[in-house]
Design a protein around this ligand. Structure first.
Ligand code: ADP
Ligand code: TZD
Ligand code: MG
Length: 565
């Protein structure tokens, strides 16, 4: 409780009281008018404040902390430009289904609404609306508790998402009697209610699955978020269902599990007759569930918390709408009564494809070429990470993303954090910081050199807070590769080229971190081991052959087709 001698409090103090009462442990942000005192006061009541160099990274940190803790991550921004810098992260949180609240100070409503040119004046709430799951403004201190409760409920319930909460400068400094103010405070009851599907929906799903000769489960990050770890495992393992993990669902079951079909992805998509989606959308990442990669006769069972997701891309034969734990628990009960038929031939065919692909991958990984290519570098990374199976892996880039996802096995849930649904660059340092802060364990970030640049200044934040983050910059001198030529005659680099031979390791020395330059797999192995073991901020510049990357990594087909080359 915050009162001064006259038993008076104000919007700013009451806001902090409300956050504290609602269990907020950490705020990620950048301060300035009108929220600096809010951050100071939050610290004074025991809320951790992590100060960033750019709001987008603070927002990304809040978003991923929402995914990791199942509580809304909090991002604090200043008005207009700070708010807008954070908005990209809020939009990403919404599209990824991560619970987050961006709390922003805003300037004088009277001046903004008449467009009279206030300091950092912008109609923030209305701008936020299309990018957020919900947007609210608190105009009076007595509405703070309701505003916070609405934001928490909107962020957590159903499919989680990003919520915008606007705090006007006037509201922050409006006074209110402390006793009255305290009586307004409350915490929302059951903000993420259990959602149990109907028995009929579960029976319909089982009836379809019982017919399957070639079943396949696809596990998405909704399953990882839902914490249905045991139910997913029991469903897959007890029924011998082969599965594909989407990238942030890797580790729900270990990637080296006999039923994991990741290395036979093309084969299982082309042949599965019944696919059961567990918290995964049929968006571009799954080619919308149709087209040449899919068996044209495939039938879908979809488990999702959001009823409007069903049929979004193609007809779904058996929708099961509910939270995944409740839905799978019901399904497992039913399956006890009538077990599914086994599909030995299908499993054998998958194994054959997996073995053939594993042999091809082993050959790539044994490359001794110098400079290193993605595979020789990733072999070194993989050899080290096999000894640290319980640490976080953050990953972004194009070739760096796709190859790392395919080579590095994950063994535990929610440890792989990456570009997500939009394939966005710039999540790297924000995600690393929040993972280290909330997870209290080491983080390794495998970053394309371009990707790293989007949030690179946050290495100062990592050093300032002494976080156990080791960043490996896969430096191939560019976006996709570093060998493109300028097609004009002005002597500028090509659009994809970055500084040739840049030494990203030198950057972290400026802030007291540890730097390595790795030109061989052995050097990379040693540097990565030292970085993880030290628990100190470390940056490894990893020299990759500038010629080996391909345009847009594995999604070059999405580029517009140009008739002139
Ligand atoms: P991926 O990118 O891993 O394929 P998506 O983000 O596309 O995953 O899909 C996740 C899906 O999971 C979303 O449609 C979301 O509504 C759903 N989801 C989120 N939380 C839950 C939950 N607790 N139970 C069931 N489904 C959930
Ligand atoms: N801006 C944002 C915010 N997100 C994006 N995805 C892009 C731009 C476009 N883009 C990609 O899709 S990948 C990428 C960009 C700029 C960088 C790829 O280069 P990299 O990785 O150095 O990170 P590789 O290993 O060289 O492919
Ligand atoms: Mg690159």
């Amino acid at each position: 409780m915050t009162t001064d001698e006259k038993n008076i409090t104000d919007g700013m103090h009451l806001m902090v009281d409300a956050l504290k009462m609602n269990g907020v442990e950490t705020i990620y942000g950048v301060v300035g008018i009108p929220v600096t005192d809010l951050a100071r006061h939050a610290q004074s009541v025991g809320i951790r404040y992590i100060g960033f160099r750019h709001e987008q990274s603070a927002g990304n940190a809040a978003a991923i902390s929402g995914f990791l803790t199942k509580k809304p991550g909090i991002c604090l921004t200043v008005s207009a430009p700070g708010f807008l810098n954070g908005l990209t992260a809020l939009a990403c949180a919404t599209i990824n289904g991560f619970p987050m609240i961006q709390i922003s100070g805003s300037s004088d409503r009277n001046i903004i609404d008449l467009q009279q040119g206030d300091y950092e004046g912008l109609d923030q709430m209305n701008i936020a609306k299309p990018f957020a799951k919900a947007a609210y403004r608190i105009n009076r201190p007595e509405d703070i508790a309701t505003g916070v409760a609405r934001a928490i409920r909107a962020a957590l319930s159903g499919r989680p998402g990003g919520v915008y909460l606007d705090l006007t400068t006037a509201m922050l400094s409006t006074t209110i009697e402390a006793d009255i103010a305290q009586k307004t405070l409350f915490t929302p009851i059951d903000p993420a209610p259990q959602q149990t599907p109907s028995q009929k929906a579960v029976e319909r799903a089982i009836a379809l699955l019982s017919q399957a000769k070639k079943p396949l489960a696809i596990i998405g990050k909704g399953a990882a978020y839902s914490r249905a770890d045991e139910e997913v495992k029991n469903f897959i393992v007890n029924n011998n269902i082969p599965y594909l993990p989407m990238s942030m669902a890797k580790g729900l079951l270990p990637d080296d599990h006999a039923l994991c079909a990741a290395s036979a992805r093309g084969f299982v998509l082309a042949n599965a007759d019944t696919v059961i989606l567990l918290g995964a959308r049929l968006n571009w990442l799954l080619e919308h569930g149709k087209g040449k990669k899919w068996n044209p006769d495939v039938k879908f069972i979809q488990f999702d918390i959001d009823a409007t997701e069903i049929d979004s891309n193609r007809p779904i034969a058996a929708p099961v709408v509910g939270d995944l734990s409740s839905s799978l628990a019901l399904m497992l009960e039913e399956l006890k009564k009538k077990p599914l038929p086994q599909c030995a031939e299908w499993l054998a065919a998958i194994k054959k494809t997996k073995d053939a692909n594993a042999a091809k991958m082993a050959e790539k990984l044994s490359s001794t070429a110098l400079p290193m290519n993605y595979f020789s570098a990733l072999k070194a990374v993989s050899d080290v990470l096999e000894k640290y199976k319980d640490i976080y892996l953050v990953n972004e880039g194009a070739n760096t993303l796709d190859n790392t996802r395919n080579v590095i096995n994950m063994y535990h849930p929610r440890l792989r954090l990456d570009c997500g649904t939009w394939g966005v660059m710039g999540i790297g340092m924000g995600y690393s910081i929040a993972a280290a802060v909330t997870g209290k364990r080491p983080v390794v970030a495998i970053e394309g050199d371009s990707a790293f640049g989007f949030s690179g200044m946050e290495i100062e934040t990592i050093c300032r807070y002494k976080l156990p983050v080791t960043i490996v910059v896969f430096n191939n001198n560019g976006i996709y590769r570093g060998t493109d030529k300028n097609l004009g005659c002005d002597g500028d680099p090509s659009p994809t080229t970055l500084t040739i031979g840049a030494r990203y390791d030198k950057m972290i020395e400026a802030f007291g971190g540890t730097a390595f330059n790795a030109g061989t797999p052995e050097e990379l192995h040693n540097a990565l081991s030292k970085g993880i073991e030290s628990g100190k901020p470390t940056l490894i510049n990893c020299v990759i052959d500038p010629a080996v990357g391909v345009e847009s990594g594995h999604i070059g087909n999405l580029n517009p087709k140009s008739c002139v080359k």
